[in-house]
Each structure stands twice: as C-alpha cells, then as structure tokens.
Design a protein around this ligand. Structure first.
Ligand SMILES: [Mg+2]
Length: 354
C-alpha cells in the first residue's frame, strides 16, 4: 500500500420484503419493498447502509442497482469517487452514504446521531402512528388501538375519498381519543384548493395541528394562500419538498413544517444540511421513512435525534413489513422511539442473515 487511505471494500446485496398489506403510492399499489443492503469495510471496521428505491420518490430499482454497481467499480479510487457515482440516484446515495457514516461513527465509538448532530445525548424522539384511509369504524378502531399502544400523535390519511367522509372521520377520531393526543391529516396532494379551504374549518375545530400536503406538489402558491387563511392549522409539505427543493419553498413561504424523507433526499448528510438551513428559517421539521427495512428506519431515527425540537415523526413504520432485514434495535414506548446508544447505527452485523 502506497497511500495512507485505507482500502475500502464495497458490497451490495439485493433484498425483497413483503408488506403486511398492499400500500398505495402515487405510482400505483405496491405489495413488496425491494432494495439493497450496502456494506463498506475498511481497517476491519464495517458500515452498513440500505438503498430502498421507491418510484415516484427516488430512482427505479434498476437505476439504483446500476448506480451502486458503478460505485463498486470506482471504490478503489476512494469513497468520494464512489459517492460521485451515486450522486443522481437518491436511494443508492442514501445506502452508500449511510454505510460510510455508520462506519465512521462505529470507528469513533459514537452513536450515529451524535456524529450527525451537535454531540449531545438524546434519549428518545416523539413519533406518530399513521391511520390509513379506511371506513369510519376502521379509522376509529385504528386510532384508539394506536393510543392504547401509547401513541400521543395520530396522522390520518385523507384525500382519496369524499371530503365530507374524511372530515367525519376526523371528527369521530377527535371524539374518541384524549384531548391531548395530537391529530394530523395527510392528503398526499389529493385535495383541490377549495376542498382544502373548506376542510380547514373542521380541522381547526377538531384541534388538528398539521395539514400535510393538501394540494398537489406543484401548488406552492396555493399552500401559501392556505397558510395565510385565518385557521390555526400548520401546513406541512412532503411531496412538495422533492418537487421544488428548499429554496423555492422558502421563497414562496409555502410551509410551516417540512417533512424530511432521507431516502428521497439522497442520504442523512443531505437531510442534515437541510435541517440546519430550515431551522434557521424557523420552519419546523419532522422525519419519515419510505417504508424501509430496519437499516434505513434506524437511520431515520438517528436523523430525527439530530434535529433540534423535532416534531413527532413517522418512524414507527416497521409494522408495515411482514418480514425484515434483521433485529430492530429501536423500541417504541409512550409515543416515542428510544434512540439506540450503541456505536454507529446500533444494528448488529446482519450481512450473514437471510
Ligand atoms: Mg406525507
């Protein structure tokens, strides 16, 4: 060896995980999550990452695989060259950059979130439960089941059926759970401006704290107008962040809250940069997964732990998978994720497991 930089090994392994039930995405219904485990290895220290492409949010599965294989081809030139090979493919970049960060944090014997954040100790981060777009009775049952399990924040999916039915679901859930349980609704861009404006009256009177992505991703001006209406409900953008980026959202004053999906953004480091920027602009943040395996879910927990005053986040998504990549190091209790304090991600070496 002539260089002081260690030789870095890079490997990927495909996986496929069944969902417990079909899940609606903007690109159609999915029944499985397919992706890649990513492993880097240097100086006998391992790092693990996960690339879980989700069309509509990231590159395709094939493009993800190709980008990761390109990274393998150039890894001998160093991790910077490998990261460059996945620059345009967010899921692949998430997987590789996570493996690199996990290895660094493991080598430094610190939990990953401390490596990402200001180094202070964070014991837990608040989480929400998500209630799908179901019938009235099923919605109320799912909501009370979640609060019975300790969740203190519920997010109801709306926007796929009739507006009045959605609003009745919100009223019934409000009546069925404790007053101090935070309610949110997520329309996934499914409402028109008039529907959203009509909805705000009921949402406010039901004490809904956040209305997430009421209008299609392109509608920055419409979201700004909803913010400026007289209702005391925060407007959050999720799909809109991917479509426009932070600059445009801030210029348009279109959001009180921004949803960070590290898989769609291209990695924890990219997301962490946005955190600094958005926090300075007084925009609140929360973190969610893209229904990922345990590696990426745990990474999202670490990111949330590195966000100052993070709002309740969509991190409790493991139940949506019928099987997983390995043991889950994150425990959920009393509406919070207990943050792993072991070095790195805190995930046992799962490479050898099926
Ligand atoms: Mg959303």
């Amino acid at each position: 060896m002539t260089s002081e930089a260690p030789d870095v090994g890079l490997q990927i392994r495909p996986y496929e995980l069944e969902l417990t039930e079909p899940f609606e995405t903007a690109q159609g219904t999915i029944t499985t999550r397919r992706g890649f485990l990513v492993r880097v290895d240097a100086d006998d220290v391992l790092g693990i990452g996960e690339a879980a492409p989700l069309p509509g949010w990231t590159e395709s599965y094939d493009a993800c695989q190709e980008a990761l294989e390109n990274a393998i081809d150039v890894i001998d030139s160093g991790t910077a060259a490998a990261l460059e090979a996945v620059e345009e493919t967010p899921a692949a970049r998430h997987g590789l950059s996570l493996a690199i960060a996990d290895r660094y944090a493991t080598k430094a014997a610190r939990p990953l979130y401390q490596y990402l954040g200001d180094g202070s100790r964070v014991a837990r981060v608040p989480v929400n439960a998500t209630v799908g777009a179901r019938s009235l009775e099923e919605t109320v049952l799912a909501a009370t089941t979640a609060t019975g399990r300790g969740f203190r924040c519920l997010k109801l999916k709306v926007g796929s059926g009739a507006l009045e039915d959605d609003l009745e679901r919100v009223r019934r859930v409000r009546a069925a759970v404790d007053e101090d349980v935070e309610l949110r609704v997520d329309a996934n861009g499914g409402w028109t401006y008039d529907e959203a404006e009509t909805a705000l009256e009921t949402l406010e009177s039901s004490g809904v704290a956040i209305l997430e992505q009421p209008l299609p991703a392109g509608a920055l001006g419409g979201h700004k107008a909803l913010r400026e209406s007289d209702y005391d409900v925060d407007i959050a953008l999720d799909e809109g962040l991917l479509e426009h980026g932070v600059d445009a959202i801030c210029d348009a004053e279109a959001a009180d809250v921004v949803v960070l999906k590290p898989m769609a953004l291209g990695g924890l480091d990219v997301a962490r940069e946005l955190v600094t920027w958005l926090t300075e602009l007084d925009i609140d943040l929360l973190v969610t997964t893209t229904i990922d395996g345990v590696v990426a879910r745990t990474a999202a927990v670490h990111l949330a732990a590195a966000v100052p005053d993070v709002r309740a986040s969509g991190l409790a998504t493991g139940d949506l998978l019928a099987s997983d990549l390995g043991r889950d190091p994150v425990v959920f209790e009393k509406g919070a994720a207990v943050v792993p304090q072991a070095k790195g991600l805190g995930i046992d070496d799962i490479w050898g497991e099926p």
